[in-house]
Design a protein. Structure first.
Length: 277
């Protein structure tokens, strides 16, 4: 089966990102339902990315939480489109009077948010007196434990020193005083850059600012893949029962195609009800 593909670049690595099937999309919704179980959630988000890209699980584990969001946005845009419009309308019992509208519209194209997130990587190096501190955003595992920003390496002129996780704390403690004085403010500025990204709910004017926390990362992932799993199954049943669509065919479609078929069926049911009335 042909799947739409795009390529993203992370440092010196490229990742091919694929359009997912509707069946994979439903599996992701089950994972999102259990976001409170942190280890389960992180493991299965990594597995979802692994099956939706050409990246290995080991490589995905090394990605920062920002890189994970960039990939998930790409999967979402390839599979469902870039406009942040959540949920489909469910016409209960095939009657217009019982229709439940759950649409929410936000004023951001997801590719704009993705571009802003990609731009954050341009601010992760700070040069002071021929010494460059290279920082990085935490992984999902690290942000789960309350981390904000990590020192990744230090460059002194042309010499680059890389440090493992256990060495980073001792590295910070042994930095020259002139670096220790400016580093907290620099880290704060990087966190603020992340938190400057926001989306606004057009209907009620609510502004949602990004925050560098595990809870917000989970919230945003659920937001961009925000469908009600029960409603999807009800509509799948209708497609099979009333339109005679093969469910295997639907499960192998992209989520965008499957939701389009559901909306077409919903419109047909409305027209039928109007004609009967």
């Amino acid at each position: 089966m042909f799947r739409v593909t795009n390529t993203l670049k992370f440092n010196n690595n490229t990742v091919d990102v694929y359009e997912v099937t509707f069946d994979s999309y439903k599996s992701l919704l089950k994972v999102l339902f259990r976001a409170g179980q942190q280890e389960f959630f992180i493991k299965n988000i990594y597995k979802f990315i692994q099956t939706s890209t050409n990246a290995s699980y080991e490589f995905i584990e090394t990605l920062s939480c920002v890189d994970v969001l960039i990939i998930l946005i790409e999967i979402r845009c390839l599979s469902l489109g870039a406009n942040l419009i959540l949920n489909i309308k469910n016409t209960t019992d095939n009657t217009v009077d019982n229709a439940e509208s759950t649409h929410t519209t936000y004023n951001r194209n997801l590719y704009i948010i993705q571009t802003l997130l990609i731009g954050l990587s341009q601010h992760l190096a700070k040069e002071i007196n021929h010494t460059t501190i290279h920082l990085r955003y935490p992984s999902l595992h690290e942000i789960k434990d309350g981390a904000y920003v990590y020192i990744d390496s230090v460059s002194i002129q042309d010499n680059v020193l890389n440090f493992n996780t256990n060495e980073k704390q001792s590295l910070y403690e042994n930095l020259p005083l002139h670096l220790i004085k400016v580093l907290p403010q620099y880290i704060h500025d990087i966190i603020v850059l992340f938190e400057d990204i926001s989306i606004v709910d057009i209907e009620n004017g609510t502004k949602i600012n990004f925050t560098l926390t595990y809870d917000f990362i989970c919230y945003f992932i659920k937001l961009i893949f925000g469908d009600n799993l029960m409603i999807l199954h009800e509509n799948l049943f209708k497609l099979s029962q009333f339109a005679g669509v093969d469910l295997n065919y639907i499960n192998n479609c992209s989520p965008g195609e499957a939701l389009l078929y559901m909306k077409i069926l919903d419109a047909a049911i409305r027209e039928k009800n109007k004609a009967q009335n």
